[in-house]
Design a protein around this ligand. Structure first.
Ligand code: PLP
Length: 387
């Protein structure tokens, strides 16, 4: 049997990983500034993480949500403290799309309404309602199309205000990333997030903060929406939560009530997933990774802004994007195959940096040297080929 061919693949096989580095089968080392789509939060194969999951696996790996799983309570307690939301409730699932799907569904159960407001360039996942709320028609199948989602322009407070004025009593939820990831590292302005919060409150709609990519400490605060000083009703999270172990969740404001059967999952919140998620939070706390993300990220952003060829350097903490001019459109590829550095992309010409929150300054320095060397080489080559 062959694999269903949906991914464009780099011809690299990773056989070993540690901290911010991975190695291929030939022993070539790569600096990982992408973390496999922003997933590696505390660093590859962190010893505490490996030990906690291994020990848990030897005790009990899985049982369903039909019995007490004290690890879930331990995780809820720790997550409540770390996120600064001890009074919220935790529902665990397995992926970012599933987290958003559950959040949108819960909002609709809560207020009995159907309409979802999402924004231009959003990405919320590939399952039915999550993909319907994603601004990319190419990945929305006919069966996912629905009139229940309205897209408004991102960061446009007037359009939002006008929409609520006309349709406020039908809006079930508003879903928004604090910093759009797949859309190209676009930060929601504080006043935009404050307007969402205010209008949702006024009209009985639910404010869903998609923190799947921009959350979990990456920007130096636990949720990037926190920079705007707002409290969303539901935060969705995944990626960094398990440092590679598939675990996701939503945390829910106490104003939304639970009832049995409302949400559910077989695998969500299993013993191994909780052990992984607890290990991540423990390491984040012990190694002060949120502060490191803020400090190393700010420093790296400032240094990247000094490289005049890179356009619109933007982001917060260790969620960084910049645009490549036309003559450097192969930069990302050359960084990978020439300098052995993994970075991410956003179409059409953005490079995204989403490294581990434990990225060391000396590794960031090595990246800055490498990118400048690569730009000089590309510009030199372009110069030589000119008639
Ligand atoms: N939400 C955001 C903001 C994302 O960036 C992603 C994935 O990139 C998702 C949701 C979907 O997460 P998953 O791929 O785990 O379903």
């Amino acid at each position: 049997m062959q694999l269903f061919d949906v991914y464009p693949i780099n011809d690299i096989t990773i056989v070993k990983a540690k901290g911010s580095f991975v190695w291929d089968g030939e022993g070539q080392q790569y600096l990982d500034l992408y973390g496999g789509h922003a997933v590696i939060s505390i660093g590859h194969t962190h010893p505490h993480y490996v030990q906690r999951i291994t020990a848990q696996l030897a005790r009990v790996g899985f049982y369903s949500n039909s019995v007490h799983i004290p690890l879930q309570e331990e995780l809820a307690e720790k997550l409540g403290k770390t996120s600064g939301r001890p009074d919220y409730r935790l529902f665990l699932c397995n992926s970012g799309a599933e987290a958003n799907e559950n959040a949108l569904k819960l909002a609709s159960f809560h207020n009995g309404r159907k309409k979802v407001v999402a924004f231009s360039k959003s990405f919320h996942g590939r399952t039915s309602l999550a993909v319907a709320a994603t601004d990319n028609p190419a990945i929305v199948a006919p069966v996912n199309q629905t009139d229940n989602v309205t897209f408004l322009p991102f960061n446009d407070e007037e359009a939002l205000e006008a929409y609520f004025k006309a349709h406020g009593d039908t809006v079930s939820s508003v879903i928004v990333e604090g910093i759009q990831g797949v859309g190209g590292i676009n930060e929601a302005s504080p006043t935009f997030l404050q307007a969402i919060s205010r209008l949702c409150g006024k009209h009985g709609a639910v404010f869903i903060a998609d923190s799947v990519q921009c959350g979990y400490g990456r920007t130096g605060k636990f949720f990037s929406h926190d920079w705007a000083g707002v409290d969303a009703d539901i935060y969705t999270m995944a990626k960094g939560m398990g440092n590679g172990f598939p675990v996701a969740g939503i945390i829910i404001s106490p104003r939304l009530q639970a009832r049995h059967g409302m949400l559910g999952t077989t695998f969500g919140g299993n013993h191994l997933a909780c052990a992984a998620a607890l290990a991540v939070l423990e390491v984040m706390e012990q190694e002060q990774l949120m502060s490191n993300a803020a400090a190393t990220g700010d420093w790296l952003l400032a240094k990247l802004r000094e490289i005049q060829q890179l356009k619109r350097v933007r982001g917060k903490g260790l969620m960084i994007g910049f645009d490549c001019p036309d003559h450097l459109k192969e930069l990302r590829r050359n960084l990978l195959f020439g300098q052995h550095i993994f970075t991410g992309e956003a179409k059409p010409n953005t490079i995204r940096l989403l490294p581990s929150l434990a990225l060391r300054k000396k590794d960031a320095e090595a990246f800055l040297e490498a990118i400048q060397e690569e730009i000089a080489a590309m510009e030199g080559a372009a110069h030589l080929t000119k008639p």
